[in-house]
Ligand binder design. Structure first.
Ligand code: IPT
Length: 887
């Protein structure tokens, strides 16, 4: 058996310790390394410093090698622990460097999955644990030193790293050489508590024989290890991330620290920080870059933090491994609550009904403890980290208990999280994933199964699966979290789509690299598109997570919450046109009187000045109130010859009952049901009646389910009026996807202006971010670029739409009731057939769909479907639409 097939996690390594910002010299070995790829682990020796490697290719470290492969749960190799297949891609890496000092540690921040290390021909040891750091003590030579690192794609450690993400080996985080003085400061442990009852703090910094200085607190050269009582400190929180710069020094080494004072407690099943109940408005974050994979650069980490702050996110679960250490520095500095999760998942053992699961096999205990220790030791000084998580989806067992026990003994200041054991034996919080609204409500009321769980705060470590169009139901989850004190909120799954940039497909997902076993586009389930453009789901989440609450009563709008640092302004619009505006003074606003037209009052809360994370003017929260409903827009039409309407022909619409299934429709089984019932293959039988009405029976083969659509075209002096009446026939067994009137228009049309909700897409249970206004977009910009094409881009509650060309002329459509508006350059069938966005090609028509109703979106790609009130049933519906010329 080889070293990389050992239950033990490594050999020759230094004991884990904190990530430290030292004044000792540090050499960052990032850059081009010599690289040789072998198909198996049995590559020729390469550690000799004098080996001629000049013919080897140069490769960037940090980086990945080999081809990415995606599976969610299943291991892409036979389950035969601790052995791995002979087909074990191996990357040999070499770099020469000069140091100018002798005593050092060699530090690897992350190597996937196993590294064996030689310096100047001498073997230092090996290590597994892809996303935890490892160090070796070394003695350097004057002049040239040669580091040789052999990296295997598979190792025993791979069994512990079955996270839902790309398998992709490599030295994907930095390698550094850190000088060690004669007497180094090896480790530092900051204990900084805040007492909200007194406003004081206590500080104790363990650092061996060293002196502590915190200038701002008047602490000068106090012996490390002493408990210092401080009468007044400002606490750290995600909202006000107050850090104190400090240092410890022993005359040989000086370590800089950023200290945040905060105390995490659980009282009466409520999670609190500094005495205040904590509501986590979180996301699950994998490390991902569409080109670099998990080899993230500092700018990308900062981009993530800024995007989170700007979208009212206050918490991150580092699913499912400790992130790059710099990310946690950013969380400290900008303010995000962090659940730091161990690099541990064994989900694939589910396929064996959890037989042989490492969580319960004593042979794996050391490896699991090692991972946990490496995370806790590295990250223990971050005020942002408020909970330790043992891992994800790793079943149950004694090794989890051992991990929790060790962690408690080392750091009793943070609660412990793990979701995978429903009975919660080892943890301090009751955690669930993808619980339905009903279950969250029941737990909120304290109806969990046993006393133990009832005494714990409740978090959803994953909810609202952001795959494709959606997630639906966000607002209703937030209402429950807000309503129940023991609900500490949750973390949306997940932050970003893991779509890899690809020449042919635009963005690749599982299967696009020829993987034998893969899980398709399940890897694209984020709130950000792969290029970090916010999806409609993220915009909705920003609204749902907004820190202010607005309530209306007795003609008065009230604002609740902390408005410090925010400017509040109101405006009134009539049919989307501004009529009045002004600043909002205080927390109440008397609603102005309305008018004949449709009027809305909008209040916006924006940053009054620049903050670390967004410039002045950045919108934080908003609310809209309808002041007057407006007139019947189709009243007073006069029968008579209709004017010609450019680019519009009077033809009978096609009733569509199907949409290109979303990932959530697919996950909830609706794609199957809709196809089985034939909603994607409707037939149309048309009858022209004596009175000019057109009656169409719209139904699939093999059933009597369908719709009877009655259309009447009338000429008015303003334009053509269409009256559409829809009646279900037969006994419907599935919800229709939509009741949509589809029209084909000339491809010359380019632009849509509408009065309704926007600017983004909205469906019955999504679109919290969409407000009523007047908007203009090109048809291309109306499309939402989901990596895997699917229904998208509907604008909701549209009263008036104008389709036009760059030269102006076009058609104006007005409804007697709000409708859903979809305009695209391909048909529903073409949208459905596309596998990647690059498959979507503009056709010879513009497809306009006016929806009278659509089925909700839900989050059934992983979790519950739409709530009852958002499900569409086969029911009668009617609309009147006026088509008019515009120039
Ligand atoms: C859950 C996983 O924890 C997460 O990693 C991801 O795979 C997610 O599902 C789906 O995208 S586990 C699932 C069984 C609920």
């Amino acid at each position: 058996m080889s070293y990389f097939e050992d239950f033990l996690p490594g050999a020759g390594r230094k004991a884990p310790r904190a990530a430290l910002d030292t004044d000792a010299r540090v050499i960052d070995l990032s850059g081009p390394w010599r690289f040789r790829l072998s198909p198996t682990a049995h590559a020729p020796d390469f550690a000799d410093p004098d080996l001629d490697d000049t013919a080897w290719e140069l490769r960037q470290v940090p980086g990945h090698f080999g081809t990415p492969a995606y599976t969610n749960v299943r291991y892409p190799f036979p389950i035969d622990p601790p052995r791995v297949p002979g087909e074990n891609l191996t990357g040999d890496h070499r770099i020469a460097f000069e140091a100018g000092f002798e005593r050092a540690v060699l530090r690897f921040e992350g190597v996937d999955s196993c590294a064996r290390v030689w310096l100047n021909g001498q073997e230092l040891g090996y290590s597994m644990g892809s996303r935890v750091p490892v160090e070796f003590d070394v003695t350097l030579r004057p002049g040239r030193n040669v580091l040789a690192v052999r990296v295997h794609q598979w190792s025993a450690g791979s069994y512990l790293e079955d996270q839902d993400m790309w398998w992709w080996p490599g030295i994907f985080r930095e390698v550094t050489v850190i000088e060690r003085p004669a007497e180094p400061i090896d480790d530092v442990f900051v204990h900084a508590d805040y007492d909200h009852t007194t406003g004081g703090g206590t500080l104790r910094v363990e650092a061996g024989e060293a002196l502590l200085t915190v200038e701002e607190l008047g602490v000068h050269d106090r012996p490390a290890g002493e408990t210092i009582t401080l009468e007044h400190v400002e606490p750290w929180s995600a909202q006000h991330p107050r850090l104190y710069e400090a240092s410890v020094s022993n005359g040989h080494e000086r370590v800089r620290l950023a200290i945040g004072f905060r105390t995490v407690t659980i009282e009466d099943a409520v999670l609190k920080v500094n005495g205040e109940p904590l509501k986590l408005k979180g996301v699950n974050r994998h490390e991902f870059h569409p080109v670099k994979g998990r080899a993230l650069d500092a700018e990308t980490m900062l981009a993530d933090v800024l995007l989170m702050k700007r979208h009212n996110i206050n918490a991150v679960r580092t699913s499912h491994y400790p992130p790059h250490p710099h990310f946690l520095d950013l969380c400290d500095r900008y303010g995000l609550w962090v659940v730091d999760e161990c690099d541990y998942e064994t989900h694939g053992f589910q396929e064996l009904d959890w037989r042989g699961n490492p969580s319960d096999d004593p042979r794996w205990e050391q490896a699991l403890l090692d991972r946990m220790r490496r995370m806790v030791e590295r990250d223990k000084n971050h005020p942002s980290v408020i909970m330790w998580s043992l891992g994800n989806e790793a079943g149950t067992g004694r090794n989890l208990a051992a991990m929790a026990a060790w962690t408690r003994g080392r750091d009793s200041s943070r609660p412990i999280h793990y979701e995978g054991d429903r009975a919660c034996p080892d943890v301090d919080v009751h955690s669930r994933m993808y619980a339905s609204h009903a279950e969250v409500e029941a737990i909120g009321r304290g109806e969990d199964e046993d006393e133990r769980r009832r005494a714990m705060p409740f978090v959803q470590c994953e909810y609202a699966h952001a795959m494709g169009n959606g997630p639906g139901g966000l607002a209703e989850y937030q209402e429950l979290y807000d309503a129940h004190p023991r609900c500490a909120g949750g973390f949306v799954w997940e932050w970003i789509d893991h779509g890899l940039r690809h020449d042919r497909h635009g963005y690749a997902y599982g299967g696009d690299f020829g993987e034998v076993l893969h899980d398709g586009n399940f890897v694209c389930d984020g709130l950000l598109f792969p290029d970090r453009t916010p999806s409609p789901g993220l915009l909705d989440l920003k609204k749902v997570y907004q820190p202010l609450r607005f309530t209306e009563a007795g003609g008065v709008l009230r604002v609740e919450g902390d408005t410090a640092g925010l400017d509040l302004e109101w405006c009134v619009e009539a049919d989307g046109v501004l009529v009045d505006s002004g600043p909002m003074e205080g927390s109440e606003l008397k609603l102005p009187a309305g008018g004949e037209d449709e009027r809305w009052l909008t209040v916006r809360a924006c940053l009054a000045g620049d903050t670390a994370w967004a410039p002045a003017g950045h919108e934080v929260a908003w609310h809209q109130v309808r002041l007057t409903p407006g007139p019947d827009r189709l009243a007073g039409l006069t029968e008579g010859a209709a004017p010609a309407i450019p680019l519009f022909e009077r033809v009978t619409p096609r009733l569509e009952l199907w949409r290109a299934p979303t990932d959530n429709d697919q996950g909830g089984g609706l794609r199957w049901h809709w196809s089985h019932h034939g909603l994607d293959r409707l037939t149309y039988r048309t009858e022209q009646r004596q009175d000019g009405t057109i009656v169409q029976r719209v139904a699939p083969a093999a059933t009597d389910e369908g719709y009877l659509a009655t259309y009447t075209w009338r000429e008015t002096t303003s334009g053509l009026l269409l009256e559409a009446d829809l009646e279900p026939v037969g006994v419907w067994k599935v919800p229709p996807a939509r009741l949509g009137l589809a029209f084909e228009l000339p491809a010359e049309l380019t632009t849509v202006t509408w009065y309704g909700r926007g600017p983004g897409e909205a469906y019955p249970d999504t679109g919290a971010a969409a407000y009523v206004g007047l908007f203009t977009r090109t048809i291309d910009d109306l499309q939402t670029p989901y990596v895997h094409p699917q229904e998208n881009g509907q604008r909701a509650d549209v009263r008036i739409a104008v389709l036009s060309t760059p030269r102006g002329p076009g058609v104006k459509i007005t409804g007697d009731r709000p409708f859903g508006l979809t305009v695209r350059r391909w048909s529903t069938a073409e949208l459905d057939a596309a596998r990647h966005r690059t498959d979507l090609v503009a056709g010879e028509k513009v497809h306009l769909i006016v929806d009278l109703a659509q089925h909700g979106i839900g989050t059934a790609s992983c979790g519950p479907g739409p709530l009852e009130k958002y499900r569409l049933t086969a029911r009668p519906a009617a609309i009147r639409l006026l088509f008019e010329p515009v120039s």
